[in-house]
Write a protein that binds this ligand. Structure first.
Ligand code: HEM
Length: 420
């Protein structure tokens, strides 16, 4: 059905990015794609003469994410000062630049990024993640065991949020007793941060979060254990090691990036399945479809609305638009994944679709480090849920479902269901 909003989609998308829009974001994205692959938006990130753009179609999004000769993630590689990075979070003090999100892998260009990612990839291998399978399965079983006899649960709070935070905490080496606290801090940080937004409460949680991990790393130095922090500490290649700051921001990034997004994959994914009863039936009958279903759920409504901003390193033409050196581009992953030029019936969910080309995990050198883990968690979460509670049903009217928006991820605040 045609929706109309009082303002242009280029303005509405600002509210979508900031989590303030009341409209269906996919409708806004489809209007934007119709208008072009690259659209200017009225958002000032850098100086007044630096235009901000959104990139809406798949080919152009991939180009921006992959072509490092034309685009970078760190604005100081364009300009000498880092004024652009700070104004992204609208802050005049140095909190913005202290954000681990602004200092870690995701915010570094070559050659620093290559060096850090190569070091981390030595530990963070697909095999390492596959070895976590029994632990992830155990956690999923335990969580559902706790609610099985009640006949009802909230998919978000009882399952989707607990599973990833438990997995990533276990992996990193956070003791079980402190996991809830970690979750509270990272929730506060994620909730208070948006594109163009850094709420005051974020600073307090950020300080506690940083202090906690500084101490934990110091403890692991004294007493190494069988966990990722200890492995990262001992990591060394050709005389190269992670320094203290790199270690801290990396561990924080892993905790942060490792649960919010996966929570949304599980909770939003469950809602989407409930919205498509025929496809849910098909999945229950043939669980071998689940890994493909996870890919289609990531394409159809992946957790990340946009990749991090990219900066043009030179004047160029993209999607018919003239982009100037220093301009800022937001690659809209959710929009690219519904590009009708690439996917047939792109606005439809098809769990049997061959969907290898989606960009829900980004693309190029910054492509999600945790993608194999997220896929593993998604696979186990849906398989275990459908095996144990095959007849789950929504227990509130569909219209009462509430969405919330954190950082660049849109998720559900609650998803109450019943089962026999
Ligand atoms: C469904 C779950 C997930 C989604 C949708 C997702 C999405 C993304 C996206 C889109 C990027 C690229 C951002 C950009 O290019 O600006 C990214 C990067 C990253 N993700 Fe994920 N992620 C997920 C789960 C995870 C998990 C479980 C971990 C860690 C255990 C993780 C760790 C990272 C890291 C470290 C990066 C930065 C990589 C780099 O810059 O080299 N993510 N993720």
């Amino acid at each position: 059905m045609k929706q109309t909003y009082p303002i242009a989609p280029e303005e509405e998308v600002l509210k979508v990015l900031g989590g303030r829009s009341d409209f269906d974001p996919f409708y806004v994205f489809s209007e934007l794609r119709e208008k072009g692959a690259v659209r200017p938006i009225p958002m000032q990130v850098g100086d007044a003469d630096q235009q901000t753009w959104i990139v809406t179609q798949l080919d152009e999004v991939k180009k921006v994410l992959k072509d490092q000769s034309l685009f970078c993630v760190d604005p100081s590689n364009i300009n000498e000062d880092n004024s652009i990075k700070q104004s992204l979070t609208n802050t005049t003090d140095d909190t913005g630049s202290q954000l681990f999100l602004a200092n870690s892998l995701n915010a570094l260009d070559e050659p620093d990024h290559r060096r850090l990612r190569r070091l981390v990839s030595k530990v963070f291998t697909p095999k390492y993640m596959e070895n976590l399978r029994p632990t992830v399965q155990e956690i999923a079983d335990e969580l559902l065991e706790q609610v099985q006899d009640k006949g009802e649960m909230d998919i978000v709070t009882d399952y989707a949020y607990k599973l990833p935070i438990k997995v990533i905490s276990y992996m990193v080496g956070v003791p079980a007793s402190q996991q809830e606290q970690i979750y509270q801090w990272s929730e506060a940080i994620a909730t208070g941060l948006g594109v163009g937004r850094l709420d005051d409460e974020v600073k307090e949680s950020l300080a506690s979060f940083t202090e906690y991990f500084t101490q934990l790393i110091a403890e692991k130095r004294k007493q190494p254990a069988n966990d990722l922090i200890s492995e990262l500490i001992s990591l060394e290649e050709d005389g190269d090691k992670l320094d203290e700051k790199e270690l801290l921001s990396l561990v924080q990034l892993l905790i942060f990036a490792g649960h919010e997004t996966t929570t949304n994959l599980i909770s939003t994914g469950t809602l989407i399945l409930l919205d498509h009863p025929d496809q849910l039936e098909m999945l229950k009958k043939d669980k071998s479809l689940i890994s493909n279903a996870v890919e289609e759920l990531l394409r159809y409504h992946g957790p990340s609305t946009t990749a991090g901003p990219r900066y043009a390193k030179k004047d160029l033409v993209l999607g018919g638009q003239t982009i100037k050196k220093g301009d800022v581009l937001f690659p809209l992953l959710k929009s690219a994944n519904r590009d009708g030029n690439v996917y047939s019936d792109s606005e439809e969910l098809d769990l049997t679709r061959d969907v290898k080309r989606h960009v829900a995990f980004g693309q190029g050198v910054h492509m999600c480090l945790g993608a194999p883990l997220a896929r593993l968690e998604g696979d186990i979460a849906f398989t275990t849920l459908l095996e144990r509670m095959p007849d789950i049903q929504l227990s509130i009217p569909r219209g009462d479902i509430k969405w919330q928006f954190k950082l660049a991820a849109q998720g559900l605040s609650s998803l109450p269901v019943t089962f026999k």
